[in-house]
Ligand binder design. Structure first.
Ligand code: BGC
Length: 762
């Protein structure tokens, strides 16, 4: 069974969800009817309670809790099953909840409208949230998605995507948080904390190195282990420490030969041994390939079992235990870890309601809009074309379907947004065809622009014809071109160029109007051959269901442009570590069904190695090691305010930090995101070790301190993390490429643990 076929099954369902129908009904309180025991004693730790609970379960109950259904394909259907990603029946007599799983990277997902009429609030792309550099924004988005999930009776959210962007080509970059382990870890952790503030479980995913979509089920990621510790694993380590997710989702791919979901080094040595992670490991959907190898390596729960080539944790696990190939102690541990996640998140004591509750969609739309606004990045603003004057007499808006909505990314994260879907285009082919459609949220930038420039004549041309666009632009005060680049799970992008002749439209418009603004709706970097010919460029990402309003507010300066790039934008593809679109083993750049197959087919295909020769030097560090400069660097973004950073004082000793003054010398309020980078005593590329986000009124000065996070100052040594003693170069900068001040400090050598303690006592 391939994912392609399986996903088609959900597309065919025309199911009217009781949840959707009841979505506006009165709140229903859940009641807990469970046998009391040590497990109900909230004075005990989650581990102690899970111990007691696991002991009270029968062997059959334990075996049933370690594998879950994919509801669209499950037979028979349980009465309370609704189409979504997963369902694991609970044990009511002990109060062990049925796990009801939904995707939720950007809000509660409802791909291909498998639950007819069930809408949810669509956040902007995670990459946009990362661009805010604001953990509070990430937390608020997670808390909102978690609240909606809970109200829809879901209690496990498949959220928390923290894979680092190693390839600009990766079709899922929009679902992740960029290329830096610290930014990713902090923002990912905050979002998970937000989800779990609703007393439900969040995952963190995809553990690890699912860095491309092409051939994801057969890809064998090859990387030096120390480099892995200091990059992708570090992002997970930080996010897990910050967010304490109840569950980790292991990835599709192999790492150094072993599948992620049967990789002992990852699941046992690192996750449990080094990180002391107490929660459970669930598989990605269709990512299990064995019974005893997976169970003994540390996989605790097989997800969406119908998508695997067979059910590995059902009868085969019973047999493996009977034959002693998997110990009963290991089964106990699997169950114990699931229960620990369930108890520690608060779900056990505060179960989700049996029927749907009312959702305050209006309040949630505001959260989505704040996130979109905070993540919009002003890339270029020559001659202060922006912010636009509200007194403009004529504005022409061109392309990108800006008359009706904003683009979203595709795949399992797809939210069916409140407000509607004005455009939905099915795919004719490719691995994503069965579960992704090119989808726009109904948030019209055109209407939002008109609302803010009520005296202007605002017109729209669709941008299909460069000459017509140029003619319309010629007579206008301002021309705004909306350019889109769609990306989706299950397919990498075949090109970083804007598709469908949009470059030609931008060139034609810029040639006929000096006041041309390009607004990009993309899931990552795109090439900009016209960059020198366009005075103003705004990166709005996939901005979610209030994206139109957010873009308009930034264009008119109702709020500052405050986002910063969480990802480098190359000038040419030759600058990238893998400068060509990734190829699947059969030579195609597309992630065709065979390269994305489930276990049975995948096993038949030869392993597909991809070597990450850049090691830990991901993104901006890759450019630094090569002494190369991207078009727009990591951390970059302009503000409408004129911020001046001065009087930097760098401090070393037991912990590293910088203190400085920032003054808003402009005439409008603005936001500044100064960043601290460190070069370690043994050299190498500078690393982001901290940042601050401050909003200042015009004329104001603030004193700011940024402490260097010891987790990034440390290097992985055989026996663990070590902050080396010696001279560190600290650089205060506005982005990875633009230093403001730098200084050398000496740090005492110590273990990471003691370096963190030193920081805490500062
Ligand atoms: C994706 C996961 C997702 C799961 C369930 C997989 O294809 O990789 O991110 O959570 O499906 O829908």
């Amino acid at each position: 069974m391939t994912i392609r076929v399986a996903r088609s099954a959900c597309a065919l369902l025309s199911f009217v969800s009781p949840v959707a129908l009841a979505a506006q009904s009165a709140p229903i309180r859940s009641t807990i009817a469970r046998t009391p025991g040590a497990w109900t004693d909230t004075a005990r730790t989650p581990t102690e309670r899970a111990d007691a609970l696991a002991k009270a379960m029968t062997q059959a109950e334990k075996l049933a809790y370690v594998h879950g259904f994919f509801p669209p394909m499950a037979k028979p259907q349980a009465p309370d099953m609704i189409p979504s990603a997963g369902y694991v029946p609970g044990v009511p007599r002990l109060g062990i909840p049925t796990l009801r799983e939904s995707d939720a990277s950007l809000g509660v997902a409802n791909q291909v409208e498998q639950r007819k009429g069930d809408v949810a609030t669509a956040l902007p792309a995670s990459l946009a949230t990362a661009a805010s550099f604001d953990p509070d924004i990430a937390y608020a988005g997670g808390a909102m998605a978690g609240a909606e999930a809970r109200a829809k009776t879901f209690n496990v959210l498949l959220a928390g995507g923290v894979n680092l962007t190693r390839d600009a080509w990766n079709g899922r970059n929009f679902e992740y948080l960029g290329e830096d382990p610290l930014l990713t870890g902090i923002m990912g952790g905050a979002s998970i904390r937000g989800v779990q503030s609703n007393h439900i479980v969040s995952t963190i995913k995809h553990f690890v190195l699912n860095s491309q979509e092409t051939g994801r089920a057969i890809l064998d990621a090859r990387i030096d282990r120390t480099a892995l510790r200091e990059s992708d694993l570090l992002a997970f380590e930080i996010a897990i420490a910050e967010g304490k997710p109840g569950s980790v989702m292991c990835a599709y791919n192999r790492i150094d030969g072993d599948y992620a979901c049967e990789n002992k080094f990852l699941l046992t040595d690192v996750l449990r041994g080094d990180w002391k992670y107490p929660g459970f490991v669930m598989s990605d959907w269709g990512a299990v390939h064995s019974t005893e190898k997976a169970a003994n390596a540390g996989l605790d729960q097989e997800s969406g079992q119908e998508l695997d080539s067979k059910i590995f944790f059902g009868k085969p696990l019973v047999d493996a235990i009977a034959a002693g190939r998997v110990s009963t102690a290991r089964l106990d541990e699997m169950v114990h870890r699931i229960l620990t996640g369930v108890i520690a998140s608060g779900l056990y004591d505060d179960p989700t309601p049996a029927a749907a509750q009312t959702i305050d969609y209006a309040a949630h739309a505001e959260i989505a809009q704040r996130a979109a606004e905070a993540g919009i990045v002003l890339l270029k603003n020559t001659g202060d074309v922006l912010p636009l004057a509200k007194t403009a007499r004529s504005i022409v808006v061109i392309g990108g379907h800006a008359d009706v909505g904003v683009l979203s990314g595709g795949g399992s994260s797809q939210v069916r947004s409140v407000g509607g879907i004005p455009i939905e285009i099915p795919l004719k082919s490719g691995a994503a065809a069965s579960f992704a459609r090119i989808t726009y949220h109904a948030s019209s930038p055109l209407r939002a622009i008109q609302a803010l420039a009520s005296k202007a004549k605002v017109s729209f041309v669709d941008g299909r014809d460069p000459a017509a666009a140029a003619t319309a632009a010629r007579g206008a005060d301002i021309a705004i071109v909306f350019a889109t680049h769609w990306q989706t799970e299950a397919q990498d992008t075949p090109s970083l160029s804007l598709p469908d002749g949009q470059d030609a439209v931008i060139d034609a418009v810029a040639a006929s109007n000096r006041h041309t603004v390009v607004v990009l709706e993309t899931g990552g970097p795109v090439l900009m051959p016209w960059v020198d010919r366009v005075p103003a460029i705004v990166e709005a990402w996939y901005p979610g269901q209030r994206g139109g309003e957010a873009i308009a507010r930034v264009l008119f300066g109702d709020i500052d442009a405050s986002g910063r790039l969480p990802i480098s934008f190359p000038r040419t593809i030759d600058q990238l570590p893998r400068p060509r679109p990734v190829e699947s083993p059969n030579g195609s750049t597309k992630n065709d069904a065979s390269a994305n197959a489930g276990a049975g087919d995948a096993a038949a295909l030869a392993a597909y190695p991809v070597t990450y020769q850049e090691g830990a030097d991901v993104g901006y560090r890759w450019y630094a090691t090569r002494k190369d400069r991207p078009l727009f660097p990591f951390g970059y973004g302009l503000s409408y305010a004129k911020m001046r950073i001065a009087k930097a004082r760098f401090v070393g000793g037991t912990a590293a930090s910088v203190t400085f003054e920032v003054t808003n010398q402009g005439t409008r309020a603005g936001t500044v995101i100064p960043q601290l980078y460190a070069t370690l005593p043994d050299g190498g590329a500078p690393r982001l070790v901290g940042w601050a986000r401050r909003s200042l009124p015009a004329g104001a000065t603030a004193t700011v301190t940024i402490s260097a996070d010891p987790r990034i100052l440390a290097r992985w040594r055989e026996r663990g993390w070590q902050v080396a003693g010696g001279a560190y170069t600290l650089t205060l900068a506005t982005d990875a490429d633009h230093p403001v001040a730098s200084g050398k400090v000496t740090l005492d050598g110590r273990s990471l643990q003691s370096a963190r303690a030193a920081l805490d006592t500062q």
